[in-house]
Design a protein around this ligand. Sequence first.
Ligand SMILES: [Fe+2]
Length: 199
Amino acid sequence: MSHKLDRSSFGDPANAGNLMTIEEASALLNEWVPNEKLRLHMKQVAAVMKAWAIEKENADEQTALKWELAGLLHDADWEKYPDDHCRIIIEELEKRNIDPDIIHCIASHGPGYFGVEPNNNMDKMIYAFDELSGFVHAAALIRPTRYEGLEVKSVLKRLKSPAFAAQVSREDINDAISRINISLEEIIQFIIDHQKDVN
Ligand SMILES: [Fe+2]
């Protein structure tokens, strides 16, 4: 089953700046994603995306909300439509006339699967954060103190162990990191710091 989207343009430029509220996005998630763990994953990616936009990109409120919404919705159709993952949420957001940057960001969060290249920093960071966020969470969950005292070096060690969280693609992680000018260590530390209190 191919997840290739076979498109390169997403949304309508006329909808630039047309965002939804976090409440609206959460309502969509609650309806589309009964699986609490998957919802948590999206909330974690949303939290790190928002924090990165504010802390590293000096984003204004509106831009930070775009990063956060892309994170919050990027896997919204995964549970109900696994064979059409990404396509369904993209069509939904297009129907709702949502800002094309958010839609493109979601479409490019897995270039190897969806065939859409990340263009800007928002696209590149969701790609980097997606797998790594889940991986850091898996590394925290096996510790008695969870995120408390979790160190980057122990996450790096687990990344080198193929059996740990084997479903997380090391290849995608390396590919995502190769597209940005930020070290894997910095990204992992950022994730630990910003998703530890998300629930
Ligand atoms: Fe994801």
